[in-house]
Structure formats: structure tokens, C-alpha cells
Ligand binder design. Structure first.
Ligand SMILES: [Zn+2]
Length: 498
């Protein structure tokens, strides 16, 4: 099994009293985390706040790491597919850093991230919608809330009680004792998967052995994957997406017999995680920037922030949303009412703001000369050719009865899986090439085009805006009426990304 190449990040805190983890400790923990997940640390990035405790200091290695993650490789060309840290508070010192980190690591699909406790899906909507300034804070609050809601659930589960519901495949009716045949089959499947077999080939194998699910259905790759994703297999339990841990941070072990070890289960998860996002459809197209996860009809919703001062002098900073008024022929960005967390007292002409920000984004894009990372030729070409050639030969031999049926099918299956994997890889690579070649100065045409095939849709435009700004603060234009329809671009304060 190929190990997934990742980087690690360690940070020595400025506050020595509070710092229980030295850099060396963190590095050790990170190495263990990587090992457990079937990952390999190809480079460690380390910053030391002690040497520069002042706020506003640049964390050199952090910035370097972001560049590496964005490029997907080290300066020497070594591929990098993810990142490991001990805990998020090591990674992020300021709210903006978190978003920049997410942006850098999720610039393409299939990247992985883990702290000492668990892997995290940075592509989920939760991460994205947190966005901007308050990312870290709101994340912590959401977590706190979730924790409260699940507390009673947890209490039961913490005692390791057997969950209600169907008898799971692999166990007897008591849901506690292993079914020898079924649990054996699962163990086999795990071995095969780790050895590189596809879900498909395992399912075919199970069908030949006439295994069915506990509800009596034929196994499919989807249901098999669900089964193998279930931490119950190694005696653990997942609640609301997280492995249940005790007060010391160790996984709670249930009162049922385990089929496989936690290490085996985690290896399988790492394989699935690494495969995720590998399927490229027929539409691998140019300018395929990371899309917004939610549909937006307007360019700047949730990117604009309300800049009206509150009574205590701080700015409102609520995200502006769009309102359509029947007596205007344009949309209006406005601050939501108090009950929704805004001040409800700021609004601005949407068409004018969109126009101004669009120009700002395009100007920035056009002044950049180098944008996309350089993409070399695809490294797998000869492997693919070879596999195809082998398959052709194999067929010939079989046709001439030079090899037996079992040997032919076993070998053909292996080669076909290999070819499928390489073909997907090639498609992905060609997308990357196209993207690298996309002429950035062409963006203006595509931006305003109504008809071209490669015109940008709203989510792509939004991606460009997000690439350019952390946020744009809309300051009030002053007292009096008509403020929602007047426009003064000096009242817009873009927070540019570095
Ligand atoms: Zn407001």
C-alpha cells in the first residue's frame, strides 16, 4: 500500500506556562498520527512564537506550508496530499489563518487532514460556511453546542452499550458474538482492500459465496463500503460523525466482539479518504475553480460584511444578504435584522457594488503573471501502456488456451482495476494541465460572456472573488435617506488576501 504523503506543522506557543507540548513532542505525536492513518510525513514545518511574541509577526514556515499545500508538492517535486497537526490551536493563531489554510489545502479534491484525535473533512459545508473572520470562534461554539445535544446519547454509548437497530452483518442475533463465517469474510475483505483490490472485485467475490446483507439484499459496492466504514468493526462507535472518546481521549470500546483491529479499520478509512474525489466525470473542464458549496444567485452574498458601528464602537460585521424590492430594478445587499444577528441598518445598491468589485477582481487577476502551478507531463503514461499491453497478451494466451480460466480471470481482474485507476489519474492530470494553461487574461471575456461555452457561472465568479478577498466591509454612507441606493466606492473596504 502506498503511504499518503503529507506535511506536518508544529508550533511552539509564546506562552510557556500554558504550553504542555514542545515542538519535539508535537512532532512525535504527528508521526504517530500519520502512521496510524497510513500516511507519511514528507516534510515538517515548525514555527516558534517564543522568538517573536508580538502579534502581527509573520509565521514563516506556516506561510511556506500554505504555498506547498497550494502547489501540492515540495520545492523538490515531492507530492504532498495533506497535513497533520496535534490540534487545531497549533495551526491557527488568528481567525484569518484558518480560512487561508482551508483554502490552500482544499485547492484540489482528495486532500486529507488530521489532528491527533481524528481525520477531518475540510470539504464539508460546515467548514466553508463558517468562513471569514469568525471561523475559529464560531467553530468552537458549534462544537460546544453539538457536544451538549449529544451528551445524553453519549452517556449511554460511553458505557459501551450495544446500539439499537438491525443485527449488523458479521455478528449473531445477540449483536455481541461474532458470526464466524461472516466475520471471516469481512476480515478477508479488509485484507484485500488494503492489498489494493477494488470494492467491486470484493463484492463479486461475496456474491459468488452467496453472502447477502442482514436485510436479505445482494451486496453492492455502496453497501460494502458502508459496512467497512463502520467503526463497529473494531469495537468503536461513531456518534454524529465522530468516534466516541472517553475523558482521556481514548476511543470507547463497546461490549461487542471486534472483527478487526482499530489499526486495520483506520487503514481502510485512509484508503477510502484518499480515493474520495478521484472520480472525474466527463466534464473535466477549464477554469474549474473550487465551487461554492451552496448555490448563490448573487456575486457577493455572505462575502460583504456590515461596517456600521455598534454602540460599543465595534463594527456590526454581519454578513449582508440580498433583498429584492419591487420598486427597484436592481438588487440590494442589506444587513439582516437584529433577531438574525445583524443590525438591520445598512443597505447598498447591489448592481453598483457587484460592478465595482468585479472590476477590482479582474484588475487583480490581470496583473498577476504566474497563477497556476506548473504541471509536468503525466508520470503514469508508461504504466498505463504496459498494463493495457499485458491485458492484451493475457487475452491472447487465454484465447489460445495457454492459460487456465482461474488464472486468466484473476489476472484480468487485477489488470482491469489497475487500468481503471490509471485512467482516472490521467483524466485528473489533464484537468490540472488545462487549468494551468487557462489564460488568466481571458477571464474578463468569460466573466461577461452570455453565450460562450466557457463562460463563468456564478459559483465560479464567486470562487474568484473569494480567492481575491477575505471579505469586503461595507461602511455606512452617512445619515439621511436614500443611503441604500446611493453608491460611493470609497465606502467599500476590501480585505485582500495576501
Ligand atoms: Zn449591520
Amino acid at each position: 500500500m502506498d503511504l499518503v504523503p503529507v506535511v506536518s506543522y508544529e508550533r511552539a506557543s509564546a506562552d510557556k506556562a500554558k504550553d504542555e507540548h514542545t515542538v519535539a513532542d508535537q512532532r512525535k505525536v504527528n508521526r504517530r498520527t500519520a502512521e496510524r492513518l497510513g500516511w507519511q510525513i514528507v516534510r515538517s514545518f515548525t514555527d516558534n512564537d517564543k522568538s517573536a511574541a508580538k502579534d502581527g509577526v509573520v509565521r514563516d514556515e506556516f506561510e511556506q506550508m500554505l504555498r506547498v499545500l497550494r502547489a501540492g508538492k515540495l520545492p523538490d517535486g515531492t507530492t504532498v496530499r495533506g497535513c497533520v497537526v496535534v490540534a487545531e490551536d497549533r495551526l491557527v493563531r488568528r481567525a484569518g489563518d484558518y480560512e487561508r489554510f482551508i483554502d490552500a489545502i482544499t485547492v484540489v479534491d482528495g486532500r486529507v487532514f488530521a489532528d491527533a484525535r481524528d481525520t477531518k473533512d475540510l470539504y464539508s459545508e460546515n467548514v466553508e460556511s463558517m468562513g471569514l473572520m469568525g471561523a475559529v470562534i464560531s467553530r468552537m461554539e458549534v462544537k460546544k453546542m453539538r457536544r451538549r445535544v449529544t451528551q445524553w446519547h453519549r452517556k449511554r454509548a460511553e458505557e459501551g452499550t450495544i446500539p439499537n437497530g438491525y443485527r449488523p452483518f458479521g455478528w449473531k442475533d445477540d449483536k455481541r458474538t461474532l458470526d464466524p463465517t461472516q466475520s471471516d469474510a469481512i476480515r478477508q475483505a479488509v485484507k484485500q482492500l488494503i492489498a489494493g483490490h477494488s470494492l467491486n472485485s470484493i463484492v463479486m467475490d461475496w456474491q459468488r459465496q452467496e453472502f447477502v446483507t442482514t436485510r436479505g439484499n445482494a451486496w453492492t459496492p455502496q453497501t460494502l463500503k458502508q459496512l467497512l466504514r463502520n467503526p463497529r468493526l473494531c469495537g468503536w462507535r461513531r456518534i454524529k460523525g465522530e468516534i466516541l472518546k472517553d475523558a482521556n481521549g481514548a476511543a470507547v470500546v463497546g461490549q461487542w466482539e471486534a472483527v478487526i483491529t482499530p489499526q486495520e479499520w483506520e487503514a481502510v478509512q485512509a484508503i477510502f479518504d484518499a480515493r474520495r474525489g478521484k472520480q472525474v466525470g466527463e466534464h473535466g473542464v477549464v477554469g474549474d475553480l473550487p465551487h461554492d458549496f451552496r448555490e448563490h444567485r448573487y456575486l457577493l452574498t455572505s462575502i460583504l460584511r456590515c461596517g456600521r458601528p455598534r454602540e460599543d464602537g465595534t463594527l456590526c460585521m454581519a454578513k449582508l444578504r440580498v433583498a429584492q424590492h419591487p420598486d427597484f430594478d436592481h438588487h440590494v445587499y442589506q444587513c439582516r435584522s437584529r433577531s438574525y444577528g445583524g443590525c438591520g441598518r445598512l443597505a447598498r445598491r447591489g448592481d453598483k457594488v457587484d460592478e465595482y468589485i468585479t472590476e477590482a477582481v479582474l484588475a487583480k487577476l490581470e496583473e498577476r503573471t504566474v497563477t497556476a502551478p506548473e504541471v509536468g507531463p503525466w508520470a503514469g503514461a508508461s504504466n498505463l501502456e504496459e498494463a493495457e499491453e499485458q491485458l492484451r497478451e493475457l487475452r491472447q494466451h487465454w484465447h489460445m488456451k495457454k492459460i487456465s480460466n482461474p488464472l486468466f480471470f484473476a489476472e484480468a481482474e487485477r489488470l482491469e482495476a489497475e487500468i481503471a485507476r490509471l485512467t482516472t489519474e490521467r483524466e485528473r492530470h489533464s484537468v490540472a494541465v488545462q487549468r494551468a494553461q487557462a489564460d488568466i487574461t481571458d477571464v474578463r471575456r468569460r466573466w461577461f460572456s452570455e453565450t460562450d461555452d466557457d463562460r463563468l457561472d456564478m459559483s465560479q465568479k464567486r470562487a474568484y472573488v473569494r480567492e481575491a478577498f477575505h471579505a469586503i466591509i461595507v461602511h455606512p454612507v452617512g445619515q439621511g435617506n436614500g443611503s441604500r441606493s446611493t453608491f460611493d466606492h470609497s465606502k467599500l473596504e476590501p480585505i485582500w488576501r495576501a
